[in-house]
Design a protein around this ligand. Structure first.
Ligand code: PMP
Length: 429
């Protein structure tokens, strides 16, 4: 028996090693990590350079109390990261995971309004479906029924008005304009912020709005005096073919950008929030401190991992690799769609791609619940790891497969992925 409290009663294989896009288990089986350990391992596994940077930092200074000290590595990283993201005037708030980062962004947005004497602005508009994290605040923000159901009632439901997901039938602008109705219904003077994933990850298989959507959202938020928060935990750091996915369609500057996963690419827990000069100034000139914090925020060893990962991302031009290899993978996925009727759609940006699976008779994405799990299990038996999910339509059921290998993936590895998927779909769908 194991003393580990696993997420489910199914025993897990024990992973022992990572090499590039591959993960090896205790039995010596090699898996091609087609979903980067859930869209995290952007630079691939087993990079000694990052391990060395972490060890060097641990020897010099492993930990400092974040509310009493900064560290050299954090100062350098914040400047380098904001430069890479094209947000040179922004301030980086470091935490350990995406859920913590979204909790931080939500509280920062609310404190921003309190400092301005607008304490009635407490609501955060979010979308359905969406996923912003597992902690209760981030989960209340999330529009993902399957993950919420057991924990109802979540915190004050009225505080999280919901907007429908992007509709590919509408122009980006018309789609974004639907935020106005949600604002009106919520009472615009009670709203603090709007938060969305620029390319939706776990809850809706790489769904992205049309061009012009984010620019219009930013405009509506500005007019309404609310903050625009981009949750780039999954889509950011080059995965979608650019440092920030929110800018794929043009220059857009959210007030807060939430980051995670690809920051330290799985080598250490690192996430954070990039805050605009206006938000930072308002909080510091108001009560003088962001009244929030976590013990391990800005942990120097995690930040050293982040800095080393950023060196690799820039040196190897991984956002460009993601754009190029993503095009190649998407073309392959579309040809799988042409051959397998249960694949209703192949979509996404860069190397954040998704297959929507369903019943070819009805064309409904939710007509064959469990299909994605079966396809993922078959793919795994052929040595390919994917990320199956549900919630394609209503956030409670439905099927999709998220695909996103490390951004350094080669052409032959993409070919291997497509072969394994082809076989898995032939056997199950
Ligand atoms: N936001 C998004 C968009 C995510 O994809 C995730 C994780 N899947 C989170 C937040 C939560 O991050 P974490 O699991 O690191 O807490």
């Amino acid at each position: 028996m194991s003393n580990v409290f696993y997420r489910s009663s199914k025993p897990y294989p024990v992973a022992v090693r990572g090499e590039g896009v591959y993960v090896v288990d205790r039995e010596g089986r090699r898996y091609l990590d087609g979903s980067s350990g859930a869209l995290v391992a952007n630079i691939g596994h087993g990079r000694a350079e990052v391990a060395d940077a972490m060890a060097q930092q641990a020897r010099a200074l492993a930990f400092v109390h974040g509310s009493q000290f900064s560290s050299d590595v954090l100062e350098e990283y914040a400047a380098r990261l904001m430069g890479f993201l094209g947000l040179p005037e922004y301030r980086f708030w470091a935490v350990s995971g995406g859920s913590e980062a979204n909790e931080s962004a939500i509280k920062l947005a609310r404190q921003y309004h309190v400092e301005r004497g607008e304490s009635e602005r407490y609501k955060i508009i979010t979308r359905v479906p969406s996923y912003h994290g597992a902690s209760l605040g981030a989960l209340a923000a999330s529009g993902m029924g399957a993950r919420r159901a057991l924990y109802a009632p979540l915190m004050n439901e009225a505080a999280w008005p919901k907007m429908p997901k992007p509709d590919p039938q509408l122009s980006g602008e018309a789609d974004a304009d639907r935020l106005r109705a949600v604002l009106d219904e919520a009472g615009p003077e009670t709203v603090a912020a709007f938060i969305a994933e620029p390319v939706v990850g776990a809850s809706d298989a790489a769904l992205a709005p049309g061009a012009g959507y984010h620019a219009r959202i930013a405009e509506i938020c500005r007019d309404a005096g609310i903050l625009f928060v981009a949750d780039e935990v999954m889509s950011g750091m080059g995965r979608c073919g650019a440092p920030l996915a929110v800018r794929l369609g043009g220059e857009v500057t959210p007030d807060l950008v939430v980051l995670g996963k690809g920051l330290a690419a799985g080598y250490a827990p690192l996430a954070g929030v990039a805050a605009s000069p206006e938000v930072y100034r308002t909080v510091m000139e108001g009560s003088g401190a962001f009244k929030h914090g976590f013990t391990y925020a800005g942990h120097p060893v995690s930040v050293a991992a982040g800095l080393s990962v950023l060196d690799i991302v820039e040196r190897e031009q991984l956002p460009q690799c993601a754009a190029q290899q993503g095009q190649r993978l998407l073309t392959g996925l579309k040809s799988l769609q042409a051959r397998h009727p249960a694949v209703l759609e192949a979509r996404g940006h860069g190397l954040l791609l998704g297959l929507v699976l369903g019943d070819p008779q009805t064309g409904q994405a939710c007509a064959a619940p469990g299909l994605a799990d079966r396809v993922a299990a078959a793919a795994r038996s052929h040595g390919l790891l994917t990320y199956p999910g549900s919630g394609a339509l209503d956030g409670t059921r439905g099927d999709h497969l998220l695909l996103g290998p490390p951004l350094s993936v080669s052409n032959s590895e993409l070919g291997e992925m497509l072969d394994a998927l082809d076989r898995a779909l032939s056997e199950t769908a």
